[in-house]
Design a protein around this ligand. Structure first.
Ligand code: DGL
Length: 268
């Protein structure tokens, strides 16, 4: 089998990375995709750097055995803490979500503009977004805000509820009123509450959805390396989790309208 025909491996700490999966699937309908959700160990956002690196290496090694042609680290926390270590495992392209989202934000932020990054506690304390943004442009001012309650609210399916809007108001209202130009949704789950966040921030703030930015980067990298599938056939989806496949299927259907009816389990 030619390398082009190999699948793309996408992994996340759980189901949130399905926002990236969905964006990749929409952009690259011919590719075979393997999605791995580490549902046994989610959340990563409250774990130590050492734990996130060890889990990410374990999953990446497993996907490499499945002969993926590219690894997509859909999880912002794993992308912030473990990308270098994952790249050390392989020569195939490894795409994280931080750099593409940072670039997408810089593309729409004016000179001397202000960027707010929201993410898990681990992503924010790593400073990965600030480094990625400031290494490209020194004129912007970056602030990072952890929003740890958003992940459980999304997983509960409470995306459209008042309580989620109230929590968003609590975390974000202090940045309203011209204090930021651009906001990066720096967590897999946050695209699912994009409207709520936009409602708090107001129309003048541009919002960067990291799932879409990552999917664009995946397509660009595959194309640059001549690795885009040219099978002309609709790609296959495979879903693997480390625990509770029924819950994964149920939430995938309810939150993202993804029909992951057959989900296999790989325990570490
Ligand atoms: N996938 C994580 C991220 O994007 C959010 C969930 C978690 O904490 O594991 O940072």
């Amino acid at each position: 089998m030619e390398m082009k025909d190999h699948p793309i491996g996408i992994f996340d700490s759980g189901l949130g990375g399905l926002t990236v999966f969905k964006a990749v699937r929409r952009m690259l309908p011919d590719e075979n995709l393997i999605y791995f959700g580490d549902t046994a160990r989610v959340p990563y956002g409250t774990k130590s750097r050492a734990a996130v690196i060890s889990f990410s290496k374990e999953i990446s090694s497993y996907l490499l055995l499945r002969k993926v042609k590219m690894l997509v680290v859909a999880c912002n926390t794993a992308s912030s803490l473990a990308l270098g270590e994952i790249r050390g495992l392989t020569d195939i392209p490894v795409i994280g979500v931080i750099k593409p989202s940072a670039q997408a934000a810089l593309d729409i932020t004016p000179h001397n503009g202000r960027i707010l990054v929201i993410g898990t506690a681990a992503t924010v304390s790593s400073g990965a977004y600030s480094s990625a943004l400031l290494s490209v442009r020194k004129d912007v001012k970056v602030t990072e805000q952890a929003c740890p309650l958003f992940v459980p609210l999304v997983e509960e399916g409470w995306t459209g509820k008042k309580i989620t809007a109230d929590v968003a108001e609590e975390y974000l209202s202090r940045y309203r009123g011209g204090k930021v130009n651009t906001l990066i949704l720096g967590c897999t789950h946050y695209p699912l509450i994009e409207k709520t966040v936009a409602g708090v921030m107001g129309q003048e703030v541009n919002i960067v959805n990291s799932a879409r930015a990552a999917a664009l980067a995946v397509k660009a990298e595959l194309s640059a390396r001549g690795l885009l599938s040219d099978s002309g056939k609709k790609g296959r989806d495979s879903f693997i989790v480390s625990d509770a496949p029924e819950r994964f299927s149920e939430l995938a259907r309810r939150l993202l309208k993804i029909h992951a009816d057959s989900v296999s389990v790989k325990r570490f």
